[in-house]
Design a protein around this ligand. Structure first.
Ligand SMILES: [Zn+2]
Length: 286
């Protein structure tokens, strides 16, 4: 029996603990007052406070344009949380600030706001992609008490589409195998990752992605934790694996470079906000 794994990373809802309850449980509150999650592309419009940031609070701080009403995401710190998409070219009021949600762009938002912002982005993405039945094209309606949508004509039901992807650190004693893609910041390396195929187990996905991208075989594939990743809808499933043989053969369509690094001289890594950073930080050393 091993200890249950808990990865305390932003974008995982559990980082909010009891402070957040999703809207699918309970009745929509009357009146649109509370916390405001204003999403402008991959940014939040937030209020600077005490050297950091918080959500705007009270009445909506921006004029609500024509369009769907604010989306009720849930209850945060005992008050309703409303999501509003903001046009890409809209200006930001002087008392508010635009902050990126994207870790690799150097987000300065606290982890709780990243988790709320990630859920808000996913909710908007889901709303924008689920309005019509994917089978027959009829407008859908929300299934009561769920995020899912149902078609009134053909009765097809669908739920938020999350895309599972594995991400893996390959280890061999005192060295680890890292990869980089073209266009990344100089000397920045990360892990092998890829989407799960139809009919494929997670472990098979890990072994296949490593074989395809860097040519080597692995064994002892071990799950270490997962992270919800709202860009726009991945579920990253983290593993470590042991090198089992083979020469490095780099897939140049996917990667610019891949190489073994001594664990005492690792290159610049992924953001601390990502499960890739978490895995390297916690699992690179034997
Ligand atoms: Zn239908």
């Amino acid at each position: 029996m091993t200890t249950p794994l808990t990865v305390h990373l932003p974008f995982n809802r559990e980082i909010l603990g009891a402070a957040f309850t999703p809207a699918k449980r309970g009745d929509k509150p009357a009146g649109e007052r509370g916390h405001w999650i204003l999403v402008q592309e991959q940014n939040l419009i937030v209020a600077p406070a005490d050297g950091g940031f918080r959500l705007p609070h009270g009445e909506c701080p921006l004029p609500l344009l024509d369009g769907p009403p604010p989306f009720w995401l849930g209850t945060y710190r005992d008050e309703p949380c409303w999501v509003v998409p903001v046009a890409a070219d809209a200006g930001v009021p002087a008392h508010l600030a635009r902050e990126t949600v994207v870790p690799m762009r150097g987000t300065r938002l606290p982890d709780e706001l990243l988790s709320l912002g990630g859920m808000a982005m996913q909710a908007l993405w889901w709303e924008s992609t689920s309005g019509h039945c994917p089978r027959c094209g009829e407008p859908t309606s929300r299934i009561e008490g769920e995020w899912g949508k149902k078609c009134p004509r053909c009765t097809y039901e669908h739920y938020p589409h999350l895309h599972p992807a594995t991400i893996v650190l390959v280890r061999d004693g005192d060295r680890v195998l890292l990869t980089r893609k073209a266009g990344w910041a100089p000397n920045r390396y990360a892990l092998v990752a890829g989407f799960v195929d139809n009919g494929e187990s997670l472990e098979a996905c890990v072994a296949r992605e490593i074989k395809e991208e860097v040519g080597v075989d692995v064994k002892d594939i071990t799950y270490v934790g997962s992270q919800n990743w709202p860009f726009p809808s991945q579920l990253m499933i983290g593993f470590v694996a042991a090198y089992a043989g083979g020469d490095l053969i780099i897939d140049r369509d996917e990667l610019e470079d891949a190489r073994w690094f001594d664990v005492d001289s690792l290159p610049a890594g992924p953001s601390r906000h990502s499960i890739a950073g978490y895995i390297i930080e916690n699992y690179a050393r034997p």
